[in-house]
Design a protein around this ligand. Structure first.
Ligand code: C5P
Length: 409
């Protein structure tokens, strides 16, 4: 319920992407939002107000002459009670209207009438690729941003007209993610956050290897939360089956050594490192070129293992790590004695903040419970969804970085 208590005006202008607005409306309601749909005359050519009313659970507004409101001022009422106005789809024509402050239908009228300082306007463009790339549209997009609107990205690919290119409306899930992100405090604005996530896979031969049950969900949730907080995020991911959070640069790696190289390449440009990856402790000293076969003697093959580099400890021990210019946060997955083991790990790795969790209770789950340990002591964060904990952790890191003197001991 990530939009609980939010009142959103969902405005539809004319375009085939109106069909996606139905799914978007449903998704917003599922997240707890009160959704008030407003449609232009053109939008009603693509999808009916009946559908949108049924999905939102509220009568749709589609005319500035609607006599239902007692004061006969739907444009004022609707724009005053909103926490945000989201136009999806926003046609090229509708954006041109907004740009000029025209107000000859209810939707453009309420956009113009909105209290600009308190009610954000988000715009999800949808149009043919030629219309999107036309200088007039690009000029309008740039000016709408200057005027304080949040114009979302467009998608690329097949278009309803049969052409291919930029200009498709984002998918409902993507718009929902951007809308939720919009409401998060921008605690890491301008910061660059480097995150490791997932397991690593250390090859024994071309088809087998050493790995673990880490799903990457906690690290991916933190990447999403950091991006929501305004950070530029680089997510170095081991082999996981997860979609990338929106707006995050993802680098896929397999082994610990690859993960280390990717992290070293990005560490100098980063302000914060959050190491959630469950890095395999050992790798094969000499991975076999071909599949290791059973000897027939009943004896297992002799495997020689060597220790992997410790990515977190390496970066924490760098000049920037030691000075706090790169604020390093570790995770400790244990099965018992969490406080004792995670505290010792914090000191051993030389990091200001260590986050403990119980491995079997977090791997693969959508929720988790955390134990935060810094030089001052420990605090327990009770079980919650990983995204809720990730947002809490981002807030904590933002605060600890700026308010406490940097030390690990
Ligand atoms: O030693 P252990 O694996 O329990 O340490 C956990 C913490 O150290 C995590 O933050 C993990 O991402 C990091 N780590 C690492 N490189 C390793 C081992 C662990 O970055 N080789």
């Amino acid at each position: 319920m990530q939009l609980q208590g939010k009142h959103i005006v969902l405005g539809l202008s004319g375009g085939i992407a109106c069909y996606k607005a139905a799914e978007l409306c449903r998704a917003m309601v599922k997240e707890g939002a009160a959704v008030q749909v407003v449609m232009t005359e053109a939008a009603a050519q693509f999808i009916t107000p009946v559908t949108m009313q049924a999905l939102s659970g509220r009568p749709v507004f589609d005319s500035q002459w609607d006599r239902r409101p007692g004061n006969n001022m739907a444009h004022i009422n609707l724009s005053r009670e909103a926490d945000a106005i989201l136009i999806a789809p926003a046609s090229a024509d509708f954006m041109a209207k907004l740009l000029h402050g025209r107000a000859d239908d209810l939707l453009s009228l309420l956009c113009l009438a909105r209290p600009i300082a308190t009610v954000p306007l988000l715009i999800a463009p949808a149009m043919n690729r030629e219309m999107w790339s036309h200088p007039a549209t690009q000029r309008n997009v740039a000016q709408l941003r200057v005027d304080g609107s949040h114009v979302l990205d467009v998608g690329a690919g097949d278009q309803a007209c049969g052409e291919q290119g930029d200009g498709r409306m984002l998918e409902a899930a993507e718009i929902l993610e951007d809308l939720i992100a919009h409401f998060q405090p921008k605690l890491l604005q301008g910061q660059h956050v480097l995150i490791t996530a997932g397991p690593t896979f250390e090859a024994l031969d071309p088809v087998r290897g050493i790995s673990n049950l880490s799903s990457g969900k906690m690290g991916f949730a933190i990447a999403r939360a950091a991006r929501e907080a305004g950070a530029r995020v680089t997510l170095v991911a081991g082999p996981v089956a997860l979609d990338s959070p929106r707006g995050v640069q993802r680098i896929d790696v397999r082994s610990a050594q690859e993960m280390l190289q990717a992290c070293i390449a990005h560490a100098d440009a980063s302000d914060i490192l959050i190491a959630t990856a469950a890095v395999a402790d050992w790798r094969s000293a000499d991975a076999a070129e071909h599949k290791i076969k059973k000897a027939g003697s009943g004896l297992p093959p002799a495997l020689t293992l060597v220790e992997n580099p410790d990515i977190l400890a390496t970066l924490a021990a760098s000049d920037r790590g030691r000075s706090g210019a790169l604020f390093c946060v570790g995770f400790a997955a244990e099965s018992q004695n969490l406080l004792e083991l995670a505290s010792a790990k914090r000191l051993r790795k030389g990091v200001p903040l260590m986050v403990g969790n119980i491995g079997p209770q977090t791997f693969g789950q959508d929720d988790n419970a955390l134990l935060l340990i810094d030089a001052q002591g420990a605090s327990e964060w009770p079980r919650n969804t990983k995204i809720a904990l990730a947002r809490q952790l981002v807030a904590r890191i933002a605060e600890q970085r700026t308010t406490t003197h940097f030390h690990t001991r």
